[in-house]
Write a protein that binds this ligand. Structure first.
Ligand code: MG
Ligand code: MG
Length: 257
């Protein structure tokens, strides 16, 4: 059995810095929540978010990341992740995922949330409930002496227990710090032998936990823009993410306003 390489925990001073970048991300998602309504365009949300991030002295983590052109990833309905904000206007009954990253003083925060636009159908509301619940079930495992695989198991078990929905397998959570994406990967389902599944969690470890849950199949595909990921069957998808630190006192969510 392979032994997982140790992941260096952040110091208390580093965690304090990540709390600041995380707070800005939390502010953006709270501000976006107030602005989401039928008729608003994705570009308008992106422009507001970028102005807020820069106004707080930070930089959008996503803008320019492997050439990504905007500050937010915004994904509507059957879009899973990495949607590029454009002139599309939100419509009553849509669901929309906003994913935001901010870099402050050399440290990243990363969080996402799916919102209902105006009125929404019961299945969409259930999809959001199950996805957010699975995130929090995973977050609850971020304690010293737990293993990283326990996080993956908890996310998957919550979705299976609560619904017939499917966890996306192709995209996963990640370590985060000076880089937006650091080792280790954090899958939202468990298979024995995953790299780092045996990693023993320590105070100072920081992960972005980010389940994506599809109403139908777990399978996804990438559109011609080479960014936007959609469900293979065209059914809807939700995505919730927080950047979370392991502390002696349990999990601490860093991406709150
Ligand atoms: Mg994200
Ligand atoms: Mg992320």
């Amino acid at each position: 059995m392979r032994t997982a390489a140790r992941i260096r925990p952040k110091t208390k001073a580093e965690l304090a810095k990540m709390r600041e970048s995380g707070r800005i991300v939390g502010e953006v998602l709270a501000g976006v929540a107030e602005r989401i309504k039928p008729g608003v365009t994705l570009l308008e949300l992106d422009a507001w978010a970028e102005a807020h991030i820069r106004g707080r002295g930070a930089t959008p983590s996503f803008k320019g990341y492997h050439g990504f052109p905007r500050s937010l990833c915004v994904s509507v309905n059957e879009e899973v992740v990495h949607g590029i904000p454009g002139k599309r206007a939100l419509r009553d009954g849509d669901i929309v995922t906003v994913d935001c990253g901010a870099l402050l003083d050399g440290w990243h925060g990363d969080a996402a949330r799916t919102f209902c636009v105006g009125s929404s159908d019961p299945e969409s509301r259930e999809l959001l409930r199950v996805c957010e619940g699975s995130l929090m079930a995973g977050v609850a495992e971020l304690r010293p002496q737990r293993r990283l695989g326990d996080v993956s198991k908890a996310v998957e078990a919550f979705v299976k227990r609560e619904s017939g929905f499917a966890v996306v397998r192709q995209y996963v959570g990640h370590g985060i710090g000076r880089a937006l994406h650091e080792e280790p990967q954090v899958p939202n389902y468990f298979e024995p032998g995953f790299p780092h599944a045996d990693l023993m969690l320590e105070p100072g470890h920081v992960f972005a936990i980010e389940p994506m849950v599809n109403a139908g199949t777990h399978e996804v595909r990438v559109l011609e823009d080479l960014w936007t990921v959609v469900t293979a069957d065209g059914r809807r998808s939700a995505h919730f993410e927080h950047t979370v630190a392991v502390t002696e006192d349990g999990p601490q969510v860093l991406t709150l306003p």
